[in-house]
Design a protein around this ligand. Structure first.
Ligand SMILES: Cc1cc2nc3c(=O)[nH]c(=O)nc-3n(C[C@H](O)[C@H](O)[C@H](O)COP(=O)(O)OP(=O)(O)OC[C@H]3O[C@@H](n4cnc5c(N)ncnc54)[C@H](O)[C@@H]3O)c2cc1C
Length: 379
């Protein structure tokens, strides 16, 4: 039976980052991944900001950044707000592998094809059983995604509210815009969510949808038909779905000897469904806190709760974005069309990312319809 300071379960963006930070903090670290390869194992639009690379400490090389694009958010009437900030369409597998390489360089052990089966406390230490072995650790970091074995095994049953999503990777597209990521809102197109077209290259696009209380694939197929000119000749080469936790963070991400980060903890930005950047940040902070706690020989819940302090600005953003999402859920398509004509790019960025929501609320306060319908809920 091996023994480590920190064992990280799951090598997605959160897990590789946690392993990197723990190893850099001189903790004896093991990263476990159940799949045969460390890669983007679940569907993802693979769109992220340039800031994600800074946070992760990854060079935005052309092999990882496949395309650069700005964004358009379309109202139901197909009028849009353009956001000129340039973001990246990435090869998420290579991005994750780059962070895994940094973790290995810092001294972390990495085991692929090794699945955590159960986790329990044994006196002062944590124990973990996998399909191949059994280990003890001072801290276990659960970064094993929405259906986390670590959380369930420890009786943490709270889950962030999921939105079901379905995504096609389509090839042979005739994209009208190869440098724009497009988001489409509206109850006709995507009830309770949105649809997207993300250009990976001139002919390859990720086309997906997240909807609530409605069959996602049916709506995705309807959406694809709207873009007959661009997608009519395209073929689907990847068709997968997964839940995205958009209900904000769960209450208990930290226990004695245990931390949960990434999708299992609900660190996705609710309104956008973006989880790469916030998972990387959570993983790095959890790994650092865990390593320091191990050195101090205090891995109590109280000591590990330093994570909440470090992650505070992100928690604030997630909470604010959730508040905006809840308010927008009540909007009709007519409301959304009207909003498109009122809000500008910086308003949309602030609302979607949970940044200066108050500023936008104050702007809406002077509007005869949205003062009551929206501004009050945002303040
Ligand atoms: C359709 C879709 C589109 C999305 N598009 C975007 C986007 O464009 N931009 C963005 O920022 N976010 C996007 N997201 C969200 C983003 O993908 C996630 O928030 C992010 O990947 C979460 O990272 P994670 O490390 O927490 O979990 P995951 O990426 O789910 O990684 C968990 C890892 O743990 C492993 N694992 C699971 N169980 C075990 C076990 N028992 N033992 C060992 N290993 C285990 C899994 O194999 C996996 O490798 C999208 C999500 C979906 C579903």
């Amino acid at each position: 039976m091996g023994s480590y300071d920190v064992i990280v379960v799951g090598a997605g963006p959160a897990g590789v980052s946690a392993a990197k930070a723990a190893a850099l903090g001189d903790a004896r670290t093991l990263l476990l991944e159940k799949c045969p390869t460390i890669m983007a194992n679940k569907p993802c639009g693979e769109a992220t900001s340039q800031a994600t690379f800074k946070t992760a400490g990854v060079e935005p090389k052309p092999s990882i950044v496949l395309n650069k694009a700005y964004a358009r958010v379309y109202a139901p009437n197909m009028k849009f707000v353009e956001i000129r900030d340039v973001g990246f369409l990435i090869n998420k597998s290579l991005f994750i592998q780059e962070i895994a390489a940094q973790a290995a360089e810092a001294g972390a052990d990495i085991h692929v094809r090794e699945e955590a089966v159960s986790v329990w406390r044994n006196g002062d230490a944590m124990r973990i059983k996998t399909n191949r072995d059994e280990y003890s650790a001072k801290v276990i970091i659960g970064a094993d995604g929405y259906n986390s074995t670590v959380a369930r095994s420890l009786g943490i049953n709270e889950r962030s509210e999921p939105i079901p999503t379905v995504q096609y990777v389509m090839v042979n597209c005739r994209l009208e815009y190869t440098d724009v990521v497009r988001f489409f809102l509206g109850n006709e197109i995507a009830p309770g969510g949105y649809a997207w077209i993300f250009p990976k290259s001139e002919k390859i696009a990720e086309v997906g949808i997240g909807v609530r209380a409605a069959p996602a694939k049916l709506y995705l197929d309807k959406f694809v038909k709207i873009f007959e000119k661009e997608l009519g000749s395209a073929k689907i080469i990847d068709y997968r779905g997964a839940p995205v936790p958009i209900g904000g963070m769960i209450k208990e991400c930290v226990l004695d000897g245990v931390m949960l980060v990434g999708d299992v903890a609900g660190t996705v930005i609710p309104l956008t469904g973006a989880g790469i950047h916030s998972s990387v940040a959570a993983g790095l902070m959890a790994g650092e806190v865990a390593a320091n706690a191990c050195h101090e020989d205090d891995v109590s819940k109280e000591r590990l709760s330093e994570f909440y302090e470090k992650y505070g600005p992100w928690i604030n953003r997630i909470n604010k974005s959730l508040k905006v999402m809840r308010a927008l859920e009540k909007m009709t398509d007519e409301d959304l069309n009207l909003l498109q004509s009122i809000l500008d790019a910086s308003d949309i960025l602030d609302l979607a990312n949970g940044l200066d929501v108050k500023r936008v609320a104050l702007k809406l306060l002077s509007h005869p319809i949205f003062a009551m319908k929206l501004a009050k809920a945002l303040l």
